[in-house]
Design a binder for this molecule. Structure first.
Ligand code: PLP
Length: 431
């Protein structure tokens, strides 16, 4: 469940009153708080949409790399989609089997490829090939390791970016993007695979983009993947899976009428129509499993009013900045900001504020938000829907500490990863 209000009007997440959390001395702001049970439940709901057919829900670890989160997905039977050797180690360390890991990325280092080939008895489930040039590299590393590397072909389906109802920076499956093997080059990729005895093709896939709020662009991408899979099979390759990628959207306030399971059912229908119903269907959701189940807690440092304007501009400056939550600065994303306390004053006493962070950048700006007129220094607020691409994109820019993370399970705090002190950063710089 995303945040709710209890009978007293206080903001809750995962059955915990967030104002009680910030009152607890061990939890400072800014701090991320996650409802881990809700994340695991969403993964289970998604798995049930496959109706018992062969599948893999490869959780896209980059959305939220925290151990308690990845472990919860491992426990309910998810695999992982990783984009670096570091993420691969997190997935393995959290109990995801090598077989259930797929590794994407346009520029994997030799060390990363070696690790993917050497882990377990047979290496990871699939290294997702993103260029024809990469095939020879993986083949050479596998040969040197004395193994056969399992790979899949990540294609770029060439979905027209104008048709994508998403931000250009999170659209990946169009002709101009650096990702994947362009579908027009399939024949060349197959020729390279035939000449590479140390790689074994397992699947064909794509990841078209992110934050889709309708199934149409997803199905359009999946259809292209399935067409390509058919031509790969016709060319004599035996595939084990097709991978429709991630990108399931969530409701950031503008609505998202489709559930993650809807994307799966739509892709599954298309897969059967393409005559590929016997292959396992892989999906790679990140945001949809974690986004709505995390908040970033912050406190007001001070308010500020620009008085000489005809309409005075009212600012609220909080202790969380773009270094803690980059999405507004990077993607012009809007995260709703709500007070933790019950708002007893009623809506008449609420006015529009511009909420900004402390970082010395004009883009450190969370946008316009209607908040109680009496909001004051020390008041706590929550930036909601911050469970995905929040902490994982956090930086120490401006010499700031990385935010803490609090993990809720069973209606209580299960684990806390404290803030790293600023002194650590100072030591790292004064060397
Ligand atoms: C980021 C990514 C995903 C997940 O995208 P979401 O929009 O978070 O679902 C899936 N697959 C690949 C290859 C990715 O890079």
């Amino acid at each position: 469940m995303p945040t709710t209000r209890d009978v007293t009007g206080a903001l809750c997440l995962g059955g915990v009153r967030l104002s009680d959390l910030v009152a607890a001395s061990e939890i400072q702001t800014p701090s991320y708080v996650y409802d881990v049970d809700a994340m695991a439940n969403d993964a289970c709901e998604l798995k049930s949409a496959f109706d018992g057919r062969a599948h893999l829900v490869a959780y896209a670890v980059k959305a939220n790399t925290a151990g308690p989160v990845v472990r919860a997905f491992a426990e309910v039977g998810c695999g992982a989609d990783v984009v670096s050797g570091g993420e691969m180690l997190v997935a393995l360390g959290c109990g995801i089997a090598p077989d259930a890991i797929v590794f994407s990325g346009v520029a994997k280092g030799d060390e990363e490829i070696d690790r993917a080939i050497l882990v377990g008895d047979r290496g990871i489930g699939a290294i997702q090939i993103e260029s024809i040039e990469e095939i020879a590299r993986v083949d050479a590393r596998a040969k040197a390791a004395g193994r056969i590397a399992r790979v899949s072909l990540r294609m770029n389906p060439g979905v027209d970016i104008e048709d994508l109802d998403t931000h250009a920076n999170i659209a990946t499956g169009h002709d101009e993007a650096k990702f994947g093997v362009p579908n027009v080059d399939t024949a060349f990729a197959l020729e390279a695979l035939r000449g590479s005895p140390h790689v074994a093709l397992q699947g064909v896939g794509a990841h078209v983009g992110s934050q889709f709020t309708s199934v149409d662009p997803y199905v359009q991408g999946a259809r292209t993947v399935f067409e390509m899979a058919r031509s790969v099979i016709a060319a004599g390759f035996a595939l084990k899976f097709v991978d429709a990628g991630g990108g399931f959207g969530i409701d950031y306030g503008k609505g998202c009428p489709v559930r993650p399971a809807d994307f799966v059912r739509a892709a599954r229908d298309e897969q059967v129509k393409a005559g590929l119903g016997d292959l396992a269907l892989y999906v790679e959701p990140g945001r949809a499993l974690v986004g709505a189940h995390g908040v970033l807690l912050a406190r007001v440092i001070q308010t500020k009013t620009t008085r000489a304007l005809a309409t005075p501009r009212r600012w609220v400056i909080i202790d969380a900045g773009m270094n803690d939550l980059l999405r507004p600065a990077l993607y012009q994303a809007h995260h709703r900001i709500v007070p933790l306390a019950a708002t007893t004053t009623g809506r008449a006493d609420e006015i529009a504020f511009r909420v900004v962070g402390p970082v010395c950048e004009s883009s450190d700006d969370f946008g316009e938000h209607v908040l109680p007129a009496a909001i004051a220094a020390g008041d706590a607020v929550a930036l909601v829907d911050a469970g995905a691409y929040g902490f994982t994109m956090a930086s120490r820019y401006n010499g700031r500490a990385l935010p803490a993370e609090v993990f809720l399970r069973g209606g209580r705090v299960a684990q806390i990863r404290p803030r790293k002190p600023v002194a650590d950063w100072v030591d790292d710089r004064v060397f």
